[in-house]
Structures are given as C-alpha cells and as structure tokens.
Design a protein around this ligand. Structure first.
Ligand SMILES: [Cu+2]
Length: 215
C-alpha cells in the first residue's frame, strides 16, 4: 500500500480527475479560471526516463501551506525492512505517520534541516504523527537497518506529484505564470531546484525536463 495521498481523501462529490485542493478549486472558480491538462517528461542527461522525480507547482509563485484544520495526513510504512514509498511528497504542514508492519522493531530518524526527528525502537503505529512544517527535503533512515532509506519532500503547494516509471507526470493547472520546483533522489543536495513555468490557455502544455544527477 502506498502513502495516503490527499487525493485519496477527496470527498466523492468533488469533480473527478482534478488534482486541486477544494479551497483552491473554489478559488479558481471564483476567478473564472479553469484547470488545463499539463504534463512533464523527466529524463536524465543521457535521455533515460527518471521515476520518482518530485514536481511541485506554486501558482503564480505564491507559496501555500496546508490550511489549518485540514484532515489531510500521509504515511510511510515499514514493510519487509523497507520504507514504502521511497519518496513521499506532502504539502507543508502535513502530519506523516510511520506505521511499522514488520515483526522487528525500527528506529526511524532524520537529521535533515527540513525536519529533525528520532522515533526510538518501536512496533506498530506511533501514537503521534510527525508534522512536516517546513519546506525542503528530509532524508530518513533506520538506526537498526542501514539499508532502509526514504525521503519526505515538503512543498509549499497542494499541486504536486511524482513521475512514474516512464518519467511522466500529469497535473491539471490553470493558465498563468507559475513557479516549478523539482527534486530527485539522485540530487546530492536536499534542495529543490526551481524554474519559471508558463501554462498557456491555448497551447500544448507539455514540458521536457532534463536533470543532471550528481552521482
Ligand atoms: Cu529498521
């Protein structure tokens, strides 16, 4: 099972296939804007598709945290001595649970500036989730199992996703001049890169992104 993404908690009466938070969607309606299909194809410098690239779009370059009182949560499971998923993307302000489904105990920690925490040896689901309240990349490990690793990428927008095995991600975005932020586990720095993103109301909104990974 994967993380509980915000879209999996979408109330049934909401328009299907729309990757927008409810408040944002209502806001767009009131502005008369509408979401357009947009896609990004991510490849490495040799042209190979890159899975697990994190893509986040800040509308008009405006950062936005998870609204107070939101029920959105996410999780990274521990199964067969692995974190699942390997890369989790959440909006700033999202609580993340770390349930352990293994029979062995794990000790999950992060030393990253974006979020430092330390959950000493435990079984089952810790009572309190970890609140990711600052944008950035937190790299997780387990003190017992050195091969366990995962990343929580915290972004200031509800418009985000990860590329699939073919390096592709589709989002619905309103036309305008936005800010694109992206990251990949192959980056050495825990910093999202950024570039301006223009979404056209009439054109073909497909972006090709080529990433040079520092291996
Ligand atoms: Cu462990």
């Amino acid at each position: 099972m994967n993380a509980i993404a915000p879209h999996q908690r979408r109330p049934s009466w909401r328009p299907a296939g729309l990757g927008l938070g409810l408040g944002l969607w209502l806001g767009l309606l009131s502005l008369g804007a509408h979401a357009l299909p947009w896609s990004v194809q991510v490849r490495d410098a040799k042209g190979q598709p890159l899975a697990d690239a994190v893509i986040a779009v800040e509308l008009k370059g405006q950062p936005s945290r998870l609204p107070a009182g939101s029920k959105t949560q996410a999780q990274i499971e521990q199964r067969r001595r692995q974190f699942q998923p390997f890369v989790l993307v959440v909006q700033t302000g999202t609580p993340v649970n770390f349930p352990n489904f293994d029979t062995v105990r794990h000790h999950v920690y992060s030393f990253s500036a974006a979020k430092k925490f330390d959950m000493k040896l435990y079984s089952g689901t810790p009572a309190e989730p970890v609140l990711f309240d600052k944008a950035g990349v937190a790299t997780l490990g387990c003190n017992i199992h050195d091969s366990m690793s995962a990343h929580v990428v915290v972004v200031d927008t509800p418009l985000f996703g990860k590329t699939d095995a073919s390096g592709l991600l589709k989002l619905d975005l309103p036309a305008g001049e936005h800010m694109l932020r992206y990251w990949h586990p192959g980056f050495k720095q825990p910093l999202l890169r950024e570039q301006a993103l223009s979404v056209s109301g009439t054109g073909n909104n497909q972006l090709e992104l080529s990433l040079s990974l520092e291996r």
